[in-house]
Design a protein around this ligand. Structure first.
Ligand code: AMP
Ligand code: MG
Length: 497
């Protein structure tokens, strides 16, 4: 930020103080002053329709470095450049393709960020060393006039301390960055409340890097198939496509658990039971519709516009543990659940179990159960057989095969499949078509019964029974199970987690 020289009193030396002014974003003079600060290399937080941004002159790399310092933001987490007209776009990026033009026409100004090949005018400070740069045109009058008045594109990430929930009011910005930035333009509550959708069009299939208010469904309407970049919930040293994804985000100080299930009643039963056990300073974050199930408990409403405000309020209220009543990933819910899964750092409880079925529940299905659980999806596996010999248990070669993989099934005994097992499971993976046909006879919900290979999207082949074979055949079988299971989990992550 730019130091301000203040003469304290007559004959005393001027002192350097760091002050953050807050002025109304409706005041044209305030906008002009903010624009001057930007052109002089300072930092201004300003309202946008998504969340408040912390802006600096995008063509001044020294000023942009200040953003990283003020936020405590890792240097490899690139910034989004905000523009107010299409001419500015061509000063910073190579000519956009057909798909980008269609999206910009439809959604700009608006909560959509696109990734472009950058020109050399854009410094590596902004792009975190990448050859691409993220750009958007915000749909907020104050933001647009600030950019126009400053006559330069403005680089701006969210105006919060790194890792904290994004700010949706000037007050949130002040509580994180007071004294670290030159000015805050107060434009009231951000109307969208969630950061922009980010789309990368550089590959053959468009890729959704971050979900937002421009939903997957809206993008697919225009682009056809859109791939979803897998969510990175844990910190990870791989270089992800949108580098900011690898950092813990949006997190309140409270411990946050996301609970999901296809059956809503299961979620509320689980959360009520947990809160009963823990007691004390717990709260629930649930949509208006789901809140009804939590009468007499401390609740916060889960809505896109107020999600970040709620996370900040939860801390202010001294809540130590929050349970999120999970929503399905449709429309804008996908964006909310994305932020919440990240805020949970992977503490996601999936109440739906998967069930593996084979014949005797001694070889294939128990190995599949152990392999599934080793992926730690939060969704537990069970296994059963359709013709279990009384008293049978894990086959010795199956046990050894798991042991070689560092896996075990403690206290395992083989179990005969019951109607209740079929009822309870959210999806059932059978080793062969014959098993699948058998299980389908036991339920009206035939849609949840698959062969393992079918669900993995492979040509439908049976997993042959290694029973009675040497160890190496068991190992081949386990390898086959692992390949199919990892494929299912990968697809599942892309679809919903
Ligand atoms: P923020 O404005 O704080 O939401 O951060 C901007 C986010 O945009 C970063 O965390 C990145 O994930 C993403 N981003 C910025 N530039 C790029 C880029 N060149 N390629 C992919 N993602 C980007
Ligand atoms: Mg951010």
């Amino acid at each position: 930020m730019i130091p301000v020289h203040v003469t304290a009193a007559k004959n005393t030396k001027s002192v350097v103080v760091l002050m953050t002014k807050i002025k109304s974003a409706n005041d044209l003079n305030a906008i002009k002053e903010a624009a001057r600060i930007i052109t002089e290399g300072g930092l201004v937080a300003f309202p946008t329709e998504t969340v408040y941004g912390l802006g600096a002159d995008a063509l001044n790399s020294e000023a942009c470095k200040g953003i990283f310092e003020a936020k405590g933001r890792p240097r490899d987490n690139p910034l989004i450049i905000h523009i107010a007209d299409m001419e500015s776009l061509l000063n910073i990026v190579e000519v956009p393709g057909h798909k980008a033009n269609k999206l910009m026409e439809k959604f700009w100004p608006g909560p959509l960020t696109l990734i472009f090949t950058k020109k050399t005018t854009v410094s590596d400070v902004i792009s975190g060393g990448l050859s691409t740069v993220a750009v958007r045109m915000p749909d907020n009058e104050a933001a647009l006039s600030l950019i126009k008045e400053a006559k330069t594109p403005i680089a701006a990430p969210s105006a919060n301390i790194s890792g904290r929930p994004s700010p949706t009011t000037a007050g949130h910005v002040k509580s994180d960055l007071d004294g670290k930035i030159d000015m805050i333009l107060d434009g009231g509550n951000a109307v969208v409340g969630l950061e922009s959708t980010i789309v990368d069009l550089s590959g053959t299939v468009p890729m959704l890097l971050r979900p937002g208010a421009i939903t997957l469904e809206m993008l697919e309407d225009i682009l056809g198939t859109v791939e979803i970049y897998p969510e990175i919930i844990f910190e990870d040293d791989k270089a992800p496509k949108a580098p900011g994804m690898k950092y813990r985000h949006y997190a309140p100080k409270a411990e946050l658990t996301v609970v999901i299930s296809k059956r809503k009643a299961r979620i509320s039963k689980y959360i009520r039971q947990k809160i009963g056990e823990i007691g004390g300073t717990c709260a629930i974050l649930a949509s208006q519709e789901d809140l009804e199930k939590y009468k007499n408990l401390k609740t916060y409403s889960l809505e896109p516009e107020t999600l970040f405000a709620a996370l900040r309020q939860i801390d202010k209220d001294g809540i130590k543990r929050v349970f999120v009543h999970g929503l399905d990933d449709t429309g804008i819910n996908r964006a909310m659940m994305n932020r919440l899964r990240k805020a949970s750092s992977g503490d996601i409880v999936d109440l739906d179990t998967v069930l593996f079925v084979c014949t005797g529940n001694t070889c294939r299905s128990p190995m599949a159960e152990a392999i599934w659980d080793s992926f730690k999806t939060g969704c537990l596996a069970k296994s059963c057989g359709i013709a279990v010999a009384p008293g049978s248990t894990l086959n010795e070669n199956a046990r050894k095969t798991l042991e070689i993989k560092g896996l075990s099934l403690q206290g395992f005994t083989s179990r005969q499949l019951t109607k209740n097992d079929v009822e309870e499971a959210s999806v059932i993976f059978c080793m062969t078509k014959v098993h699948a046909e058998y299980v389908k006879q036991m339920t009206n919900d035939m849609w949840k019964v698959y062969t393992l290979s079918e669900y993995a999207g492979e040509s439908e082949t049976d997993i042959s029974d290694p029973f009675g074979s040497e160890l190496d055949i068991y190992e081949v079988c386990a390898k086959e199970l692992e390949t199919l299971i990892s494929k299912i989990i990968e697809n599942r992550n892309k679809k919903s987690l």
